[in-house]
Design a protein around this ligand. Structure first.
Ligand code: NDP
Length: 308
């Protein structure tokens, strides 16, 4: 039976460590400030942004949310970002993805001032990640590294396999694991014999966006399995199949019309893995905690710099 890696408790630890730093900044200068741009009317994005704002307020940080309409242009978003870049009381600027299809997302992300890029997605900060020099790290993979560290899971010398090569999760995850001396393999949709490659992993990270794709066939017995995926399954038969007929999950489905499922088959992970992050409650909570940590750090760096 796998050890459950509890993301919510690690989130609480990280936020607790942020609190005195926020208080110190508020006492000596001002509370850190985060601005979020939420463009269009994507329900999931709106939910994520509400959680981010709530986390800011719980820590005593300032936040503001800009909500341009679905029809917003690239130029209008660039202006918004640039005006936030100029405002001294804003330490972090976050552009919630995905942006409406007419917008050039790469240009907008590039416009965020690197010192306010609390998502760690600006090319300059991605360069720092590659070079392993200090800078904000993308929140989800950084949160996973915190989880692994705090559960004392051995990384150095371990074989790690990351399934997914996105700029947001897969690539930074692989780099962070490599910097901690894991031997890392990155897999994607063209990888030959994916289950065989995954079975070599002491630490397996699934970040694919494919519900319950990673089964016991992909797992070395006793491996640490990190499930990044967030997928909504809206078929009762699928839910029954994935969760082995779990009455709780079927009741949740009957209440909500869908159930959240990761990229890993939860029943197989519980039986085969040594440690496992469930969905929900595993990786999800860590992302917001690391966003808060990155914002506090950006404020410390900026205020330290301006008062030196
Ligand atoms: P992307 O869609 O950007 O990337 C998915 C990656 O998975 C791609 O590299 C793709 O390969 C690979 N992939 C897809 N299907 C297969 C397959 N059958 N076999 C092998 N590889 C495959 O997704 P993201 O990285 O943005 O997100 C991944 C998942 O993590 C999603 O479910 C997302 O919702 C979730 N997520 C969760 C977060 C959290 O806080 N918990 C934060 C961010 C994301 P290829 O490149 O060849 O197409």
């Amino acid at each position: 039976m796998a050890l459950i890696l509890d993301g919510a408790s690690i989130r609480d630890q990280i936020l607790k460590e942020c609190a005195p730093r926020v208080a110190a900044l508020a006492a000596s200068h001002r509370a850190p400030g985060l601005a979020v741009i939420l463009a269009g009317d994507n329900d999931a994005s709106a939910r994520y942004v509400r959680s981010k704002v709530k986390a800011c307020h719980a820590l005593g940080m300032r936040s503001e949310t800009l909500t341009p309409p679905n029809t917003v242009s690239t130029e209008e978003l660039l202006e918004m970002v640039e005006s936030l870049n100029r405002r001294p009381e804003i330490d972090g600027v976050l552009v919630q993805m995905p942006l409406p299809p007419q917008v050039d997302s790469k240009r907008v992300l590039l416009a965020v001032a690197p010192e306010k890029d609390v998502d760690g997605l600006h090319p300059l900060n991605l360069g720092k990640l590659v070079a392993n020099t200090p800078g904000p790290r993308p929140c989800t993979p950084a949160g996973i590294m915190e989880l692994l560290k705090r559960y004392q899971i051995r990384i150095s010398g371990a074989r790690a396999v990351v399934v997914g090569r996105s700029d947001l999760v897969g690539k930074p995850m692989a780099l962070l694991l490599m910097h901690q001396n894991a031997t890392v393999t990155i897999c994607h949709s063209r990888t030959a014999d994916l289950p065989g490659v995954c079975r070599e992993a002491d630490v397996l990270v699934a970040a694919m966006g494919r519900p319950a794709f990673v089964t016991r066939d992909f797992m070395k017995p006793g491996a640490t399995v990190i499930d990044v995926g967030i997928n909504r399954v809206a078929s009762r038969e699928e839910v029954a199949r994935i969760f082995g007929g779990s009455p709780e999950k079927l009741a949740a489905f009957d209440r909500n019309g869908s159930v959240l499922v990761g990229d890993v088959n939860p029943v197989d992970a519980m039986e085969c893995a040594g440690a496992y992050t469930p969905v929900p409650g595993g990786v999800g909570p860590l992302t917001i905690a690391m966003l808060m940590a990155n914002t506090v750090e950006a404020a410390e760096r900026r205020l330290g710099a301006c008062c030196a």
